[in-house]
Each structure stands twice: as structure tokens, then as C-alpha cells.
Ligand binder design. Structure first.
Ligand code: TYM
Length: 331
């Protein structure tokens, strides 16, 4: 059975981008593949969280994984830092990752632009740790959103380089995966790029947001002054709202507002009201379960204890074999 690995950084609550880009695929894959889904708390250290925030955020992501439908009996759910073998594999892969290629990664350049005062080495080698996460279980399929595509390409490079250096075929190539034919990119509400945690509170709708908060955020979404000629191309901000609608609303609804737009009869207020209600309905079951699971400490610790054990077993096996390949032998 093919092995699947994916993770989400524990930098706080999950938004609709995480949900539709990654988690809906996790849920669909969990019974068909050998799945490992982890909470990337080592990756989260690049932004220097306080110990209290780190802990609270990891817990929040565990709760939201479970609320979104990841079944701990079907998939292995674990915390990245509970499996120290990943740090060891990261060290080995770092010997073979070149500073020039790491500096060229789009996500690194974005981070440098956004936070010029915190360009740490962990940020530079972020894609190496990601490759270690994946290769740790020798996974071939990685369910992620569109923004992670380049990281997957880098994982393949590091896997192939290791194989070439040690004249082995130990690591198979991992590929980004989505059940839709293409990787998903969920836009934000600010009229610009993708939905993301670091793009400001108003840009993202979180799975744990209440219906009132969702309505407020959507009603404030950026629009323009409306089309003036029939079939006018849509500005990015408007296309983003239609893209969001395509994810949470029925095809009839999308068609209705498209026709209205094309006839210059659209009222953005009506579109936003509908979009907010459809977002609320689409996330309702997850929201309810977040509250239920969050109160159940025993359940959460049992899930994590079980997942960590399974993940370590797989990681230990890989690292024993990797050490042997590299030439660390017993005296
Ligand atoms: P992170 O935490 O930024 O995002 C987690 C997952 O959510 C997806 N995603 C989106 N998909 C569509 N539209 C969006 N607006 C959107 N925003 C986020 C991401 O593509 C991702 O799948 N580096 C990873 C975490 C990670 C990982 C790994 C993933 C660490 N190691 C190994 C896979 C395999 C990250 O920062 O994701």
C-alpha cells in the first residue's frame, strides 16, 4: 500500500485554505492509503513562539484535525517533535542541500520580504525539514495545496541526490497530490493572493470562527465598483469571491451570480450574503466538533500517544537503514 505523509504548521487555528487545500484530501485518503498526518511544531519554531503559545497551538491543530474528520484508527496522527528521528534525517539531508537552491525557493524569498529581521537558518532549510518529514516514512504521495508544490519538487531533488550519492534506490520520489485533478489554491478576502494566517486577520476565515464572525469578515471583503459592460473580465478581488463560492456553494448559485455579473446586474452585497451563509453551512459540522473535542483531554492524549508510537516505529526503521547506507556501522 502506498504511503502518504502530510503536515500542517502549528501556528494557530486552521483556515479554509488549510481545510480545502489539505485536510479534505487527508480525510478522503485515510482509508485507502497508509497515512501519516502530523502537526509541524518544529517548523513553527521559525517564528519563535512562546512555550505557552506553542503548546496551545499544537493542541488546537490536533483538535481541528479530529474535528475535520481525520480518524485516528485509520490514519496515524502525531506531533513532529515527538519523533526525534526527523531531526536526524534533516541533518543528513542538509549535507546535501545547497545554500543557493534554498535561497531561490519562493517561500523563502516571501518570508525574507515579509520579515527581514528574522532571516534565520531554520527558515532557509525549511524545505529540507519538509523533505525529512516525507522521506522519514518513505512516502510517495503528499496531499498539499498549490503553495507547497515547489517544496515537493525540492523533496524529490534531495531524495534523488541521497540515492545518487550512496548508489542506492532507497528513497522513492514523493509527489504533491490532490483528489481534484489539480492542486487547490483558496483565495483570501483581501482581494489579493491566497488565504493565509500571515496575511492579516481579515483575510482568512477560520474553521473555528462563529457564524457572526464569518458574516462580518465576508461582508468586509474587498470588491470593486461593479461591471459597466456585459461580460467584462473580473478583477482579482471579484474572481476570488467567485472562486470561494465555487468551493462552498452549489453550482446553481455560482451560475446565478455569474449571470448577474455578466448582465451588469450584480449586487455584491447579495453575493457576499450568500457566500457567508454557504461558508457557515459548509463548516458547521466541523465547528460543532471542535467545541466537543476540545473539552476531551483524555481522548486527545490517547490519540496522540497511539499516533506517536506508530510514527516512531516507522521512523526508527528508516533511520536504522539510512545510517547503514551512510556508513555509520557498529564497532
Ligand atoms: P501550512 O501550515 O502553511 O499549510 C498547511 C496545508 O494547507 C495548505 N494551504 C492551502 N491550500 C490551498 N489554499 C490556501 N490558501 C492554503 N493555505 C494553506 C498548504 O498547501 C498545506 O498543504 N510546510 C507545510 C507544512 C509541512 C508539510 C510537511 C506538508 C511541514 N512538513 C511535509 C507536507 C509534507 C506548511 O507550512 O503548511
Amino acid at each position: 500500500m502506498e504511503t502518504v505523509v502530510s503536515g500542517i504548521r502549528s501556528t494557530g487555528k486552521l483556515h479554509l485554505g488549510n481545510y480545502y487545500g489539505a485536510i479534505t484530501n487527508f480525510v478522503k485518503m485515510q482509508r485507502e492509503y497508509n497515512c501519516y498526518f502530523f502537526i509541524a511544531d518544529l517548523h513553527a519554531l521559525t517564528t519563535h513562539p512562546t512555550p505557552e503559545d506553542l503548546y496551545a497551538n499544537v493542541r488546537q491543530v490536533v483538535v481541528e484535525y479530529l474535528a475535520a474528520g481525520i480518524d485516528p484508527e485509520a490514519a496515524t496522527i502525531y506531533i513532529q517533535s515527538d519523533v526525534p528521528e526527523v531531526a536526524e534525517l534533516y541533518l543528513y539531508l542538509n549535507m546535501n542541500a545547497y545554500v543557493g537552491e534554498l535561497e531561490r525557493a519562493a517561500s523563502f524569498k516571501d518570508k525574507v520580504r515579509a520579515n527581514p529581521d528574522n532571516v534565520n537558518a531554520g527558515l532557509l532549510t525549511y524545505p529540507v525539514l519538509m523533505a525529512a518529514d516525507i522521506l522519514l516514512h518513505r512516502a510517495t504521495k503528499v496531499p498539499v495545496g498549490k503553495d507547497q508544490e515547489q517544496h515537493l519538487e525540492m523533496s524529490r531533488t534531495f531524495a534523488n541526490r541521497f540515492n545518487r550519492l550512496y548508489k542506492t534506490e532507497y528513497f522513492a520520489e514523493p509527489y504533491a497530490f490532490s483528489f481534484d485533478s489539480k492542486l487547490v489554491k483558496i483565495p483570501g478576502l483581501d482581494g489579493k493572493g491566497k488565504m493565509g494566517k500571515s496575511e492579516g486577520e481579515a483575510n482568512a476565515v477560520y474553521l473555528s470562527d462563529s457564524p457572526e464572525v464569518i458574516r462580518k469578515k465576508v461582508m468586509r471583503a474587498v470588491t470593486d465598483s461593479g461591471p459597466t459592460v456585459p461580460n467584462q473580465p473580473k478583477a482579482d478581488a471579484i474572481q476570488n469571491l467567485f472562486d470561494l463560492m465555487a468551493v462552498v456553494s452549489s453550482p446553481d448559485t455560482v451560475q446565478h451570480f455569474n449571470e448577474q455579473y455578466n448582465n451588469c446586474a450584480i449586487r455584491y452585497g447579495d453575493l457576499k450574503k450568500q457566500l457567508a451563509e454557504d461558508m457557515i453551512a459548509a463548516t458547521e459540522p466541523v465547528r460543532t466538533r471542535i467545541h466537543e473535542i476540545s473539552n476531551d483531554n483524555d481522548y486527545i492524549s490517547n490519540v496522540i500517544r497511539m499516533g506517536n508510537e506508530k510514527a516512531r516505529e516507522s521512523a526508527r526503521k528508516t533511520l536504522t537503514e539510512v545510517r547503514e547506507i551512510i556508513g555509520f556501522r557498529k564497532f
